[in-house]
Write a protein that binds this ligand. Sequence first.
Ligand SMILES: Nc1nc2c(ncn2[C@@H]2O[C@H](COP(=O)(O)OP(=O)(O)OP(=O)(O)O)[C@@H](O)[C@H]2O)c(=O)[nH]1
Ligand SMILES: [Mg+2]
Length: 194
Amino acid sequence: MIIKESKFEISAVSSKQYPENGMPQIVLVGKSNVGKSSFINTMLNRNGLARTSNTPGKTRQINFYKVNNKFYFVDLPGYGFSKMSRSEKIKSGKFIEEYLVKGKNIACIVLILDIRHNPTQDDMLMYDFILKQNIPFIVITNKADKIAVTKVEAEVKRIKEILGISFSTIIPFSSERKIYIEDTWKELEKYLNN
Ligand SMILES: Nc1nc2c(ncn2[C@@H]2O[C@H](COP(=O)(O)OP(=O)(O)OP(=O)(O)O)[C@@H](O)[C@H]2O)c(=O)[nH]1
Ligand SMILES: [Mg+2]
């Protein structure tokens, strides 16, 4: 994928604000702090386009980034951050669910997991929800830089077995090292070219 242009478009707090130009949307979901916003920056080769932080709960609204005037990356708030207040948890949960149910142009969901850990209970809930919505998805196992290169394949296989995926794609990734970007674009392009 050649990125000619990428820009922030809108931070939506209600479904009325979602872009309605029919362009396909690739949406990032995952627990807080797993690296969703960083993933967008890495894929677009733009430091700081999507705001990131080592404090979980950075992304609070639904941020749309338009790429090449052709498609969007949609950055959702994370789930499962224990230090969020109850009302904040409910609010971000509602944002996530509303977008996944009402978003009209979701071409692909990118579920981001941490390669070092088993999927959490929240991850499994999200995964079941995605399967029920019947939307195409891929799984990214992020922070691959935190483990030895020789262990990456085995960890991906382990997570794949837990999810029971036999029909979808699961790819390691690292925003820190900027590796596996081409493999990931190759997968995502499949959902943009039809
Ligand atoms: N080592 C390492 N750190 C990463 C990687 N990706 C993201 N991080 C770090 O993880 C922290 C959280 O990253 P974000 O991209 O803000 O995470 P997020 O999923 O958008 O978090 P919320 O917006 O809170 O849901 C930041 O300190 C990032 O620098 C990675 O691949 N490797
Ligand atoms: Mg974020």
